[in-house]
Design a protein around this ligand. Sequence first.
Ligand code: PHE
Length: 342
Amino acid sequence: MDTGLVPLNELKEQSIERINAVQSQEDLNIIEKELFGRKSGFITLHMHSLRTLADSERRSRGGEINSIKSELENAIKSRRSFLEKKQMDSLSEEDLLDTTMNLPEEGHGHLHLIPEFISKVEEVFGRMGFDVAYGPEIETDEYNFDLLNFPKGHAARDMQDTFWVGDKDGEERVLRTHTSPVQIRYAKEHKPPFRMICPGKVYRKDADATHSPMFHQFEGMMIGKDISLKHLKGVMVTAMKELLSPDLDFRFRAGFFPFTEPSLEMDIKWQGDLSKSREGQWLEVAGCGMTHPNVLQNVGIDPDEWQGFAFGFGIERLLMIKHQIPNIRLFYLGDLRFLRQF
Ligand code: PHE
């Protein structure tokens, strides 16, 4: 019977050929519509033509149309995914999202001065063979004081005004007043010889232009067979020259810490004119000395066989000198006028 339609087999062959040759998704959509459009799609019209057939013929003809219909649908589906993939592959580099793209200068963030300096410290000491360690900010009385040779009730404990935070399991806890307990933790776990630094936050009950209740230190320790004050001075001065400036004005003077003997303090001269009142003044930047034999014994290192030094630098102090920052509070205010200068 002539329906005035393109015969099914011919329609199928022509259509598959066109589908497989089509180069864009838009053109594929057009073909799809020509075949399956609700009113005048070729396949749709073939389906409609079934109505005019007798029951028996309708069934076999219907089956034939359905199988060609699903063949064409599959061909369209696979061509569509081929074209999608081809389009993805052909996207040029510029069309892809570049997450490394530079932001405009305005609004471009950077690390805060303190963590930035800590990475520099880790790098400089890393080059001198120092390992980096970290320890808890809430310490036990034992690690913050006892093992560092501060006897209970000794006046030396008054050097570090302390925040006690109550006890746990019958043991007093304290916000660590210095990074020195990390020396103890590290030395208990490592066999000498070793060299390590440990940066971090510390807490003391003081506040003025150069003191804050929370500030940052980095500690260093080097233990070996014949480590002496000569090495201490060499390491500290080399690092400071690299971190601050090559023509640094520094001095060492005698000091006291229960965990070093002899003990020294390192001062650096304040330069620049931002803070006239400090011009030419010495600013204390570190405590240091030869590790006390009691401390070595406390961590299980034989003081007859091993010796070494330790130091602890105040990070804000160093940055104040380096950038002529007159007040320690500027570090913590988050004021963009300050932060943007670095
Ligand atoms: N922990 C001391 C302080 O915070 C500094 C120090 C460290 C001194 C290591 C000697 C050796 O004041």
